[in-house]
Design a protein around this ligand. Sequence first.
Ligand SMILES: *Cc1c(COP(=O)(O)O)cnc(C)c1O
Length: 390
Amino acid sequence: MNHILAEKKLFDEQKNHLNRFMRVIGGTQDAKIELNGKKYLNFCSNNYLGLANDQRLIQAAVQGMNQYGFGSGASRLVCGNMKPHLQLEEKIASFKGAERCLLFSSGYMANIGILSSLFGKNDLIFSDRLNHASIIDGVKLSGATLIRYRHCDMDHLEYLLKRENINQRKCIVTDSVFSMDGDIAPLDHVVRLAKDYQCFTMIDEAHALGVMGRNGKGLAEHFQLESDIDIQMGTLSKAVGTFGAYCCGSKELIEFLINKARSFIYTTGMPPSTASASIKAIEIIRGESHLRENLWKNTQMLKIGLKAAGFNTLNSVTPIIPVLIGDSQKAVTFSECLMTEGIYISAIRPPTVPENTARLRITVTAKHDQNDINELLIKINKIGKELGVI
Ligand SMILES: *Cc1c(COP(=O)(O)O)cnc(C)c1O
């Protein structure tokens, strides 16, 4: 077995500089992180609001643990359904203005559970080409036909919708904020097409919850389409700063998922203290708009600086700011040079992104300050020039 894995696959990937490995973070998740005993400015986490290490979340978790212990002991349908789970579901449903909400253990599990339970082999799922891998896996698991449309290309989507048999069930699914490009789905157009061609709609708000919309409710709020999208899932692992995921929708949808979504049914409920921390995080997101304001101020400052230097940031309009490099080896070298300068930004390579679009994926958070961003700009400009990127 080792023989097969090591020899063939690893060799091929090393050759293409695609081999992946993990670095170990010593302390907490913050604007500065510790790696091998050294401090780095961290510009690659999804901890957009800095909540992952917020004392209030820690306190809420400790309180939850004291009251409910650590593990939930069973799947929620057996005896693992605990008070904090329900309180968190109510909290999210009320924040999102949804009828009901159901928790999942992770965003990955939410997407595979939702898609595979709702759709089957006679159905068609129209999916943006750059949607997250968990959406693709969910569609595969469902047995439905996957029809990929060009990234955010509504003419292409309409062309594909027109081509298909009207009698089949159809769903359009899209990320809200695209995780590697930092651009956003044209939800207004998606919803219009869904009405015209009688499709269900599903969005993945993983990078939008807490970030997009006046109150941080996500891209549906940004477009004021909260009541027009059938299935609204999101994760708690990014701006919320905790762990787990949710699906919001009608009472009927949630009842259905409780009965049919295998990644909900056949897995242990999340630790109650995780739910307690998430409840606190949603309260903070609701109550403290200054975090989001800071995040956007930092986003603008960094983006303006990168563009002025001549970097290609694609169509990013969010705190996810890609710096396109193209060649995988060059992206890795760029990232390594930044590390020697005390800045941590990982290189993203195929197959996570399309061939020849390797990039640095920079994410900025509410916890960075002006000095952090200036330092990044000075160093990235210097290295960018040295490597001939700009
Ligand atoms: C991160 C992410 C997921 C997976 O969420 P986890 O909670 O980390 O499993 C799903 N969809 C998108 C768009 C993501 O970025």
